[in-house]
Design a protein around this ligand. Sequence first.
Ligand code: AMP
Length: 400
Amino acid sequence: MFNILVINSGSSSLKFQVIEIESGELLAKGLCERIGIDGAFTYENVRDGLDKDKKEVAIPDHRKAIELTIEALTDGSKGVLKSLSEINAVGHRVAHGGELFDGSVVVTEDVIKRLSTISDLAPLHNPANLAGVASCQELMPGVPNVLTFDTAFHQTMPPKAYMYAIPRKYYRDYKIRRYGFHGTSHHYVAQTIADHLNKKLESLKVIVCHLGNGASITAIRDGKSVDTSMGFTPAGGLIMGTRCGDVDPSVFNYIIKKEGISGEQADSIVNKESGVLALSGVSSDFRDLWEAKDKGNEDAAVALDAFIYKVAKTIGSYVAAMNGVDIICFTAGIGENDIRTRAEVLSYFGYLGITCDAERNNVRGELKEISTPDSKVRCFVVPTNEELMIAKDTYALVKK
Ligand code: AMP
């Protein structure tokens, strides 16, 4: 038995799972929401199939969130652990590792010191992640902590993929470049499909489409990320639920001048008021968008078309980047569940000899091939599991 607590702290939320890594079994999971606002705590003992508990409770900070997590996990009736000593290690998801981290690391004083120097790169998320680590160190002394970075998998990109064509001093002084995100998910999905096919990931050219509320696509060659659609921040690249993705860089200066708003307000428009939500005027959720389109809402139809078109153009550009593609994978909320979006994306690739099989594609949330047997490129749905990947990395680094 080797139990790993996986912690994914956002600016105002904290998700957790306990995974017994030698069997891969998920023992428990939960969510602390509205941290620093009011607070709600959800906990589920998955191992014993107990009902989910949700309660309103004050959660002023991340330390309190972790205290509640520990209390629930060791609770006499609903807990999955007899005592805290049954947690062997903690794995933390960290938003941004900058250029300092190209893989997961065990927490040391030096790691924390180095990570603190790049907090500006993810000002909402990295400090929350660091607060989570500090609380675990305090509440579970002696238990090793491991950090897994959303950006690390993409550190293999070549300069031609990550440099922006702006004055070099901005890269030199502020490290402004493409980093890419969702790295844990892209890596997990690519490795899972290679394992499924009994092939070495290094022998395949893979394009992973992580299409959720946040969305990004990665080109993976020789087992490495060679390009990815998100950029300096997770607002770049594809059209997303509420983020705009790539737009002409001068657009926001124009809006700032026209409307007399601040840079911060413009950033909020980029991240929270754009994407398919803005295009449709209906919702950021694809289920609502298809429903509205089917009822004749033309703006919802344009939002869906624009999203799908951008995904297809990005896949096409990565086929060029890798001089070919063997496998295309769809993952995350839309990628795993939205049958029509997958079919429409793949319909752009007749010229590559890709054909989507309507019957096979009628699938949600399970690993399945969705292209026809004679398709020139094999296409799959592969459910992502970032927490399992974090637990695996943690185990690899701390097992004796
Ligand atoms: P994620 O960020 O990966 O949790 O993905 C969330 C998004 O997935 C939601 O906002 C929906 O747009 C989409 N989604 C989830 N379930 C479905 C479904 N059954 N059909 C279409 N889209 C879905």
